[in-house]
Design a protein around this ligand. Sequence first.
Ligand code: GLU
Length: 547
Amino acid sequence: MDYQALAQLLFPQVTETPEELEARYPARNLPEGAVVSRMAPSPTGFVHLGNLVQGTISERMSHQSNGVLFLRVEDTDAKREVPGAVEVLIDTLKHYGIHFDEGATHDGDIGIYGPYRQRQRAAIYHVYAKKLVTEGQAYPCFCTEEELAAMREKQEAMKVNFGYYGEFAMWRDRSLEDIQAAIAEGKPWVLRFRSTGSLENQFKFDDLVKGKLTITENDIDHVLLKSDGIPTYHFAHAVDDHLMHTTHVVRGDEWMATLPFHIQLFKALGFKLPKYVHIGPLMKMDGTSKRKLSKRKDPELALTYYKAEGFPIAAVKEYIMTILNSNFEDWRRANPDADLDDFKFSPKKLNPAGSLFDYAKLTDVSKNVISKMDAATVYTLLTQWANEFDADFGAKLAADADFATAILAIGRGGKKPRKDLAVWKDAKDYMGFFYDDYMNAPVFDEKFEKATVKEALSKFLAAYDPADDSAAWFEKVKAITTEMGFTTDMKAYKADPAAFPGTVADISAMIRMAVTGKTNSPDLFSVMQILGKDRACGRIQAAIDSL
Ligand code: GLU
């Protein structure tokens, strides 16, 4: 076979050589050990937790080694593309602190290794495709859908492996004349790789997550270019990651199945193989068994979900590191105030089987993260969230920033800060009673006569002095307790509950209910201080009147 002639027949338009291309994509001038990694998403419009996990790993490996992180848009599947998806992706990742040093942006590409959108790279792939044909390593295949379906049926009947290989590879050894004739007829063709691999042969491979593996060679003549001249993922991966000088490919382990082919392809093209970081899927418990997070069943897979719930970005990032590296939590305990990026991420500590996503744990992490923020930060983030997801609440927060910040300051800043908020969505329930519109009408414990409640509230109203400090305030509550025959001695009450109508806790609960409309609230003394005497006492009076 005259491969030169075949290459010329298939790619007459290609005049550039691989050497010329290599010169256009010079080696990167980076320090020893610097990782060049990338995110290579398909713009389907759905940005999920898996993207963030993959992005976090790539970002950490690149930036903690003073390397480069770039964004390449894998838009070879035009059918799946959603308009604006690239922009959504860029914005979402940026929102979570994943900054790219180069690649696709809103306003074109940044960097000299582009274009960073695969459809714009068609001519580049064709240069290497032509080279492979010239060397007899690739050939055109004119099989129709029907022929391929028939092949599959035959393989099924013969109980042999599926795929285009060996005796089933119908166009593998066709003559130049046959190919010329098919082209002259205008038949569509794909370009296939001529595999020399055999299922009999195995080789060793080291994956940074999966460890040492024994891999069986690939014997299938996979498609390199589709009939529209656009490459498959496999071919684009080899060409792009070579030219862009990627050192580490971080990707989902669904690509393990075609890894033998990728390794073979890099070799056939004369490219140095990058290191691979194959990450397992995100799992969750479903009853007693684990399963993959699914787009259909699990709303928490979508990143928009976390925004709508109101998880602070810092909490999501902190949680992701928790599930990625098992030593992260110990590090955090030892370095409670350190920047997340000071933690040394290691791909070796990833669970090869995939990370377990646990919503309750995320909530705990988020509570911690929020509890460490100062009131002004909480105010800013909460208001941002509310403006987008609860405009009425947002307007109330904005109308009096000092008031809202004072509320959010309750129990904050000490050694053991309160952990009331896990997500901004919780805030209205937590602090809504400060706003008259959101306060529920008090419902008092029916254990006590209305007259008793009224008496306690009236006594408190008469005694309340906003100038009191917290201790003096509580002394007054205790005094009312004793006056009314209730007890402040919890032990005595426990020993003989029938001896008292109730305790100081019951009296406090009545006041709390009158002031907040709730059985639970942050420190009542502080609540009354922030509400101010008029509003606090007005609420108590209204409760008395209602009884
Ligand atoms: N476009 C591929 C995907 O979204 C990229 C895999 C890779 O990072 O190589 O799965």
